[in-house]
Design a protein around this ligand. Structure first.
Ligand code: SAM
Length: 223
């Protein structure tokens, strides 16, 4: 099977239809029921677009994702670690993923995941309260956020001010219905892009339909 590298341990497998894969950091371990594939002696994990917005963005033609191996990533809204596990694959053994999750229930799975993934550091806190984790988190190369909250833009800006290196990239997943259920998704995406422009250069904005309905991923670069 032919593989095409996209960025830090992420590949397209050129089967009948394209399949997104990450090189598995922890051989033999599937995290959420995804398939494991062995190609030329290396194990890869299928990255399923209906389970992960970042995967959906790749399937929708994402161009600017700067998460090479060795990157330090701050991930807000980690849940039980589905997408986090692929970001952990992306940065590899020399990278670090600081994963913030408010729910103790979700966080329990994240802590279990981190026992196997040594580059993953779970933080069970509210991402609005940066002061509760600023002691553990260094300046990062990438900020990823998926919290599905009304104040998601404020949370993103606050964290980028504290933790994101100048000129570094970030990605904000927005659930348009969390912001205003009465307005069309297109309008909410445009409004969110405009509110990010003071702090960031907006690189691209991707509607994740049909993989994730009423969701978009906005990629920015810190000014
Ligand atoms: C849509 S889910 C995230 C899914 C996950 N990013 C993935 O792709 O695997 C949103 C998560 O954000 C968490 N969350 C919501 N508000 C938060 C906050 N203020 N701080 C940290 N996590 C938060 C929720 O508990 C939930 O687990």
């Amino acid at each position: 099977m032919e593989l095409r590298k996209i960025t830090g341990n992420v590949y397209w497998a050129m089967t009948k239809s394209k399949l997104l894969l990450t090189k598995n950091l922890v051989a033999g371990e599937s995290v959420y029921g995804e398939k494991l594939l062995r190609i030329s002696g290396q194990e890869y994990r299928e990255w399923i677009p209906i389970r992960s917005k970042l995967s959906a963005a790749f399937y929708k033609g994402l161009k600017t994702v700067a998460i090479p191996e060795g990157s330090k990533v701050l991930y807000l809204g980690a849940s039980s670690g589905t997408t986090v596990s692929h970001v952990s694959d992306m940065v590899g053994a020399t990278g670090e993923v600081y994963a913030v999750e408010i729910s103790e229930e979700m966080g329990a799975n994240l802590i279990l995941l981190a026992e196997k993934r040594k580059n993953l550091f779970p933080i069970i806190e509210d991402a609005r309260k940066t002061e509760t984790y600023s002691k553990f988190v260094p300046k990062c190369d990438f900020l990823y956020q998926d919290v599905a909250q009304r104040d998601q833009v404020d949370i993103f800006i606050k964290n980028s001010n504290v933790f994101l290196k100048n000129g570094a990239y970030g990605a904000l997943a927005i659930k348009t219905k969390s912001i205003d259920v009465s307005k069309p998704s297109r309008f909410i995406i445009e409004q969110t892009v405009n509110s990010l422009k003071r702090n960031f250069i907006v690189q691209e904005s991707i509607d994740l339909f049909p993989y994730q309905r009423d969701h978009a991923l906005i990629i920015v670069r810190k000014k």
